[in-house]
Design a binder for this molecule. Structure first.
Ligand SMILES: Cc1ncc(COP(=O)(O)O)c(C=O)c1O
Length: 428
């Protein structure tokens, strides 16, 4: 076909962004590898855990046996979502957190990615007075998927964090830098993930409160991306309390609770905000698919989803983080300034190599030569425009590989890192 005449937005939105661009290279590497056995530490897809799969199989069986089946798949529904799922979430959250939610506080979306797209464009971008309202990411790095959500790319603004470093232990943690963070009348909305993909960081309750309080006087909604948070999938390895109410929209995803294929996102927040997002959804896709919503309603109402999250999903990834940590502490040279981000949740580990003598992209290529694939960190800084060497000094390691693969992958990483740093030392 001759070249298509794309509109500006067509060109912008059809471009591969963030991790998707790297995934293309990874898929090609795996395909061209022939007999080479790669240790793939790049995957974002959660592990299919037998107990979790069984839960969804049971719920599906119940749905097939129920008289509701015909109406679930054979009828359109309301844009807000399938009523039994809304009711299940409402009751569960009211009971769990002592809230007084009604169905008007809840919206079901086709995956939570779409929810951030609605939020970014409903609240961010040019307003009626011609002002550019910003989509603020208070702490960078954060989820790469935020990089593509705004139709107005100038609207996305991320802030450089403070680093809390424990040099002797080779550990570090990002903290929001409140001396820089600006949330004001020019802000459209705030978005951040907690626990965070890619770093595993969990902002403290006090930090979250502070962000929400900065936004409240300006009527700015704060979308807390809880794709890894309790009560499901409960991928927090440290205590955390979900913050709800006022201008905060708690955003859930069932993807890491074993249902990524069904695309279920859930927004819980002020009815006025929910109504705006619902209108957006009606225009985009009418509503989220109902089969997944129906099985999710059962899994939540029975309490099985929350229980499996705590007893199966969380321990699975937490144990793997321990494997990774132990392997790194054993294999990494002590005299190299490597730092592992504190593992407070999610399904990834995040490594920072201070004064790395090459870019993260080159390190990713070096790792491929020893048959290890990780994700270069620079794609996880959407909206952070400043020049900061740190952006090219990090790697994301997925905890979805087997414990043996993770341990072997870290041993090979240590060898590569030793070689990379020693070449520079040798030439000095
Ligand atoms: C932090 C975070 N937010 C949102 C998403 C999107 O999830 P989904 O659209 O499957 O709900 C992901 C997916 O990996 C994620 O890691």
């Amino acid at each position: 076909m001759t070249s298509l005449h794309l509109a500006q937005l067509g060109a912008q939105m059809s471009r591969r962004t963030g991790v998707r661009a790297i995934m293309k290279d990874i898929i090609e590497t795996l395909r061209m590898g022939g007999d080479r056995q790669f240790i793939n530490l790049s995957a974002g897809n959660p592990v299919v855990l037998p107990e979790v799969e069984q839960l969804w199989r049971d719920c599906t069986q119940d749905l097939l046996n129920s008289p509701d089946y015909g109406a679930v798949v054979g009828r359109y529904g309301s844009s807000q979502g399938y009523a039994p799922l809304i009711e299940a979430v409402c009751q569960d959250f009211n009971q769990r957190y002592g809230l007084e939610l009604s169905d008007r506080h809840i919206l079901i979306t086709p995956g939570s990615q779409s929810l951030y797209f609605y939020a970014a464009n409903a609240f961010g971008g040019t307003d009626a007075e011609g002002n550019l309202r910003k989509i603020v990411l208070p702490l960078s790095p954060d989820y790469t998927g935020y990089g593509g959500v705004s139709l107005n790319q100038d609207a996305l603004v991320a802030y450089q964090p403070k680093l809390e470093i424990d040099a002797a232990a080779h550990r570090f943690k990002y903290r929001p830098d409140f001396s820089q963070l600006q949330i004001d009348e020019q802000t459209g909305c705030v978005i951040f993930s907690r626990p965070c993909n890619p770093t595993g960081n969990v902002l403290t309750d006090a930090e979250v409160q502070q962000i929400a309080q900065m936004a409240a006087p300006h009527n700015v909604p704060v979308f807390i991306d809880s794709a890894y948070a309790p009560p499901y999938p409960a991928l927090n390895f440290t205590e955390m309390t979900p913050l709800m109410g006022a201008n905060v929209v708690h955003c859930l995803s069932l993807s890491k609770a074993g249902l990524p294929g069904e695309r279920i996102g859930i927004a819980i927040g002020d009815p006025e905000i929910i109504e705006v997002l619902e209108g957006f959804q009606t225009n985009l896709c009418i509503h989220s698919a109902r089969y997944g919503q129906a099985i999710a309603a059962q899994a939540i109402t029975s309490g099985r989803l929350a229980e499996i999250a705590e007893t199966v999903i969380r321990p699975h990834y937490q144990a793997k983080f321990t494997v990774l940590e132990t392997a790194l502490d054993e294999a990494m040279p002590a005299d190299i300034p490597w730092y592992l981000h504190r593992g407070e949740g999610a399904i990834f580990a995040w490594l920072w190599f201070d004064e790395l003598p090459m870019t993260d992209w080159e390190l990713y290529q070096e790792l491929k030569t020893v048959d290890v694939i990780a994700v270069p960190g620079s794609t996880f800084f959407p909206g952070l425009r400043i020049d900061w060497p740190h952006k090219q000094q990090c790697l994301r390691i997925s905890l979805t590989a087997t414990p043996a693969e993770i341990a072997e992958g870290m041993a090979r990483l240590a060898q590569v890192v030793q070689r990379v740093y020693s070449q520079v030392l040798a030439t000095m």
